[in-house]
Design a protein around this ligand. Structure first.
Ligand SMILES: C[S@@+](CC[C@H](N)C(=O)[O-])C[C@H]1O[C@@H](n2cnc3c(N)ncnc32)[C@H](O)[C@@H]1O
Length: 288
């Protein structure tokens, strides 16, 4: 199946409803944009854009898919160029053009292109943004070099939610667990060192590496509260379990600590990104 066929297929399957919803794969393109704009991820991204490029006017959105971010950024007032190699009307450039017409956006241009072959002038954008796209690069070095080439000096290159793997087995584990890989086979991921080497080789200074648990940008649709509360909840459950075993003695904090240690329930183990297949990272770089 192609990527487009995969998305059309999963829309018909009830077991993929949550994924379709949370990954903005609905057929209703406008609804996807509205929901993306209200997301904690997008709000947090806007904060970072304002913090690192407060006077930015122009953005290149690489690999825009069905256009959620390109359109959202244009609606926020940026002048946006969107590039997307897939021409489809539901997950590609066709979808973005439909949204451009719907919202009457003069400040959004759409081109069908790969990041590795940008037909755009040097030093043209204040910000170059790529959401869930860099890990699809067919040539990571070229992808990042081209992104850097079109970024203005002191401009921002921001990559969001890219899958990360640590070794060969970890990559196999990620691919086996990816919900759509069995349909379209197009998933990929790189090691953090591969992303960072590509950035440094392209003349970019890495200002921030956001590991999985560092930002809601990565772990959305989970919220900050959920991520914090789920640990507290697990601790309470463990203490209840202890109470069932030893009764009133479970109130003694020393015994609680000993028990939590015995069952290995601590923050370090709990928030262990190694337990998440293909956990996502985000990067902020400044063009030197
Ligand atoms: C997971 S989708 C993300 C789409 C969109 N950015 C989003 O967050 O919803 C990855 C997108 O990257 C595009 N893509 C794949 N390889 C690419 C490349 N080498 N250069 C630019 N875009 C690419 C795909 O066509 C697809 O639309």
């Amino acid at each position: 199946m192609t990527w487009e066929e995969t998305i059309r297929f999963i829309r018909t399957q009830p077991e993929y409803k949550y994924l379709v919803d949370k990954a903005y794969f609905e057929e209703d393109l406008i609804l996807n944009v509205q929901r993306f704009m209200q997301s904690d991820e997008f709000r947090e991204t806007l904060k970072l854009l304002n913090q690192y490029q407060p006077n930015a006017k122009t953005i290149l959105d690489i690999g825009s898919g069905n256009g959620i971010s390109a359109v959202a950024l244009a609606l926020e007032g940026y002048t946006v160029v969107s590039i997307e190699p897939d021409s489809s009307d539901t997950v590609g450039a066709g979808a973005i053009r439909k949204l451009k017409t719907h919202y009457n956006l003069d400040n959004l241009e759409v081109y069908e292109a790969f990041a590795e072959e940008l037909q755009l002038p040097n030093d043209s954008f204040d910000i170059v943004y790529a959401r869930q796209c860099m890990h699809h690069a067919y040539d990571l070095g070229k992808f990042v070099a081209e992104a850097s080439r079109v970024t203005k000096k002191n401009g921002l290159f921001i990559t969001i939610r890219d899958h990360v793997i640590f070794n060969k087995n970890d990559k196999e584990w990620f691919l086996e667990n990816h919900p759509l890989q069995k349909f379209y086979g197009g998933e990929n991921a790189f090691k953090p060192t591969e992303y960072k080497n590509a950035m440094e080789n392209a003349g970019l200074e890495i200002k921030k590496e956001m590991k999985y648990y560092d930002s809601v940008i990565n772990y959305f649709p989970s919220t900050k509260e959920e991520i914090t509360n789920i640990f507290q909840l697990s601790k309470s459950k463990a203490i209840t379990h202890l109470n069932n075993k030893i009764g009133i003695l479970s109130k003694i904090s020393f015994l609680q600590k000993l028990y939590l240690k015995k069952i290995g329930l601590n923050k370090k183990n709990f928030y262990d990104e190694n337990k998440i297949p293909g956990r996502m990272y985000s990067y902020l770089c400044i063009k030197k």
